[in-house]
Design a protein around this ligand. Structure first.
Ligand code: NDP
Ligand code: MG
Length: 391
């Protein structure tokens, strides 16, 4: 019986994870569930899955949750804040890291330090801390499995013996597919005025609002390029992005002999979640089998960096190295939040990120403290720029 903690249980990935766990009560037990402010949703999950611990974002939310669970006669230790998140991440066998943004960094690192099996959805944590995160995983014997559909697909398409060195395994390139999001074909000069709801209307995937906006700017793919660099040891030149609007091929690996291995499936995150939970076994995820004959055409095209400047900024950050990805990620989080709050326009997102990258020097990513200092600096700089652009 595996004890599972879900960090970010009330989010899109958290809910899909619980759906898969509920199909296999004989294999998995929910140890802890966490949320930030959605107390009602978390209470309902606690009633259904009976975790030993639940963690929320504030004392007030914890008091509300405790009262709701007491009313239901449910025994569950309720706590709040980052230290509690780190505890529940370190205490379970398996941790689904599905908090959105840099807020997920500390508990994900705590799971690594405790040598746990980490199912990583929270790509921002890896982008922010890169080598430091990977070193912790190795030093403490943690197991890191990618949940992001592209990286999960690449993982499935690499040899089992793969050691984070493409050339040594005959890998020429890892190829990340991207749907292109809701604005792939929209006239570029109309992008200034798109609304948060339009940006969040993803053609193929149903996801949280932050990653949905990232998909519309293609910053999501940029973050994934950096994620692929750390997970698979691929250089910027060994990572290719291809637009594939149908999201059926979730990514590919090109080998030096001309072979290309790909993973295909319906676009539903329960597939990579089930894959990582059971790895190296396979379990039912609830996802319907792919019906190849019902598909029209599978299309592919090169990304347009003029339309999607965030993708270019992310490649720049990866090539620059050090804490440049921390700058990129923090500026993007601030800009996306401001866009979702309707304070800045859609195209302002790449302006904010571009200016933060241009106007601030990055340093060496020598420690978690250095990375967090760069993150704080970039947030302050981005907040200033947002203020000057705000409508
Ligand atoms: P959601 O916004 O749907 O969920 C986010 C979760 O994190 C919620 O449980 C939320 O709690 C919690 N949370 C938010 N802010 C904080 C905070 N400051 N401290 C602690 N917890 C917090 O996001 P998604 O599920 O879409 O995405 C989660 C992660 O997975 C992201 O990093 C995303 O990039 C990645 N991912 C998501 C995919 C998807 O299909 N959704 C695909 C691939 C990767 P509350 O509900 O209470 O606010
Ligand atoms: Mg993805």
């Amino acid at each position: 019986m595996q004890q599972v903690t879900i960090l970010g249980a009330t989010g899109s990935i958290g809910i899909s994870t619980l759906d898969v766990l509920a199909r296999h009560p004989e294999r998995y037990r929910v140890y802890a569930l966490t949320a930030h402010s959605k107390v009602d949703e978390l209470a309902a999950q606690c009633v259904q899955f009976r975790p030993a611990r639940a963690v929320v974002g504030s004392a007030e939310a914890a008091a509300r949750l405790s009262a709701m669970l007491r009313e239901r006669d449910l025994r569950c230790d309720v706590s709040y804040g980052e230290a509690a998140l780190c505890e529940v991440a370190a205490e379970a066998d398996t941790v689904m890291a599905a908090i959105v943004g840099a807020a997920g960094l500390a508990p994900t690192l705590a799971a690594a330090r405790a040598g746990r099996k980490i199912l990583l959805a929270n790509k921002e944590a890896l982008v922010l801390s890169g080598q430091l995160f990977m070193d912790l995983v190795e030093r403490h014997g943690a197991v890191l499995l990618p949940i992001d559909s592209e990286h999960n697909a690449i993982f499935q398409s690499l040899p089992m013996s793969y050691q984070r060195a493409p050339a040594a395994s005959g890998v020429a390139k890892v190829v990340l597919t991207a749907s292109g999001g809701p604005f792939l074909k929209r006239a570029v000069d109309t992008l200034e005025t798109v609304t948060p709801d339009e940006a969040c209307k993803h053609p193929n995937w149903s996801m949280g609002r932050k990653i949905s906006v990232d998909s519309a700017t293609m910053m999501n793919k940029g973050l994934e390029v950096i994620e692929a660099h750390w997970l698979f040891g691929a250089t910027a030149d060994q990572i290719e992005v291809v637009i594939h609007p149908q999201s059926v091929i979730h990514s590919m690996v090109s080998y030096v002999d001309g072979s290309v291995l790909a993973q295909l499936g319906n676009p539903d995150m329960r597939t990579p979640i089930a894959h990582a939970l059971a790895y190296p076994e396979r379990i039912d995820s609830g996802v319907a089998q792919l019906d190849l004959t019902s598909m029209a055409a599978l299309q592919f095209e090169k990304p347009d960096f003029q339309r999607f400047p965030c993708l270019a900024l992310a490649f720049d950050a990866l090539r620059a190295g050090g804490t440049a990805p921390s700058l990129l990620n923090a500026a993007n989080e601030v800009a996306v939040e401001a866009f979702l709050a309707r304070r800045i326009g859609f195209r302002d997102i790449d302006r904010v990120v571009g200016r933060v990258m241009e106007e601030n020097d990055h340093g060496a990513a020598s420690s978690i403290e250095a990375v967090l200092a760069q993150d704080a600096l970039a947030r302050a700089a981005a907040t200033n720029i947002v203020g000057s652009l705000a409508r």
